[in-house]
Design a protein around this ligand. Structure first.
Ligand SMILES: NC(=O)c1ccc[n+]([C@@H]2O[C@H](COP(=O)([O-])OP(=O)(O)OC[C@H]3O[C@@H](n4cnc5c(N)ncnc54)[C@H](OP(=O)(O)O)[C@@H]3O)[C@@H](O)[C@H]2O)c1
Length: 237
């Protein structure tokens, strides 16, 4: 059996643990230096996954931005940016969203069986729609991505997707950036949804690294035995 992709969960949160502010507009929690760090993390991955909610709310491009990182990937025989991946049950996507309309990397939409036909019709050539079964799970998605050659997967949210990767034990590492402000609105999304998670008061996660990046803090947690203590640098593997 092919190994599941090495999976990194990444998010930024407010001091009170929110991913957004319920305004319906994208909330920038990070700063320029940290966004550049995330760009470097993206550049090391084979695929970037976000939930359909994030595609709709944030309209992310999910591309590697820095030209030197794009060029290096091409030198290595890889596309300039990783594959883009999303998951959906209802598939209410706008095909002109940046997820579909920017960059040349392959776009994969893992879709509940009942929505596959309609989604293929709606998205046309903008994405490959994969039938992920009646009730898709992140395990099925990870296994399929592994079969497609994805060795390293970056999951960039949102709440629902992060919760599922964490609760099913599929995450190898977690990056949380803490922004220096509060949201103070319980209508916003917290980092994870309610419910039990494998890391709790009787099983504490392993804090592997803490880094100050300007006015934000990066917390890096090791969540599996596969955890890579030393992050690959930009200079070498
Ligand atoms: N601060 C950060 O770092 C950060 C990062 C990313 C996102 N966000 C924020 O997070 C919020 C979105 O969070 P969210 O929890 O609503 O959205 P999400 O996790 O991005 O996406 C949830 C959606 O994904 C699909 N989905 C989830 N699990 C599925 C499964 N097992 N099978 C099939 N489809 C599945 C469903 O799509 P359908 O509804 O289409 O069926 C579901 O509504 C946004 O406000 C965004 O700004 C913040």
């Amino acid at each position: 059996m092919t190994d599941l992709p090495y999976t990194v969960l990444s998010c930024a949160m407010s001091l009170d643990g929110y991913l957004d502010d319920a305004s319906g507009k994208r909330l920038v929690l990070s700063n320029a230096a940290d966004l550049d760090r995330v760009d470097a993390v993206r550049a090391r991955c084979d695929a970037i996954l976000v939930g359909a909610g994030t595609v709709r709310a944030d309209n992310p491009r999910l591309l590697v931005r820095a030209e030197h990182r794009r060029a290096r990937r091409v030198t290595e025989g890889r596309p300039p940016s990783p594959r883009k991946v999303t998951v959906t049950r209802h598939a209410t996507f706008d095909p002109s969203a940046a997820f579909f309309a920017t960059g040349d990397s392959e776009r994969l939409v893992y879709c509940a069986s009942r929505s596959v036909a309609g989604t293929r019709e709606r998205l046309g050539a903008a994405a490959t729609v994969v039938d992920a079964g009646a009730d898709p799970s992140m395990c099925v998605v990870s296994e399929d991505l592994a079969g497609k050659g994805v060795r390293r997967l970056l999951v960039e949210g949102g709440q629902s997707v992060h919760t599922q990767f964490l609760s099913t034990g599929l995450a190898d590492e977690l990056h949380v950036v803490v922004a220096p402000f509060f949201v103070g609105d319980s209508r916003a999304h917290r980092v994870v949804a309610d419910g039990p998670l494998p890391w709790n008061r009787s099983r504490r996660a392993c804090l592997a690294d803490v880094r100050r990046i300007g006015d934000v803090v990066l917390l890096r947690y090791a969540l599996s035995d596969r955890f890579e203590q030393h992050e690959p640098t930009e200079e070498g593997p």
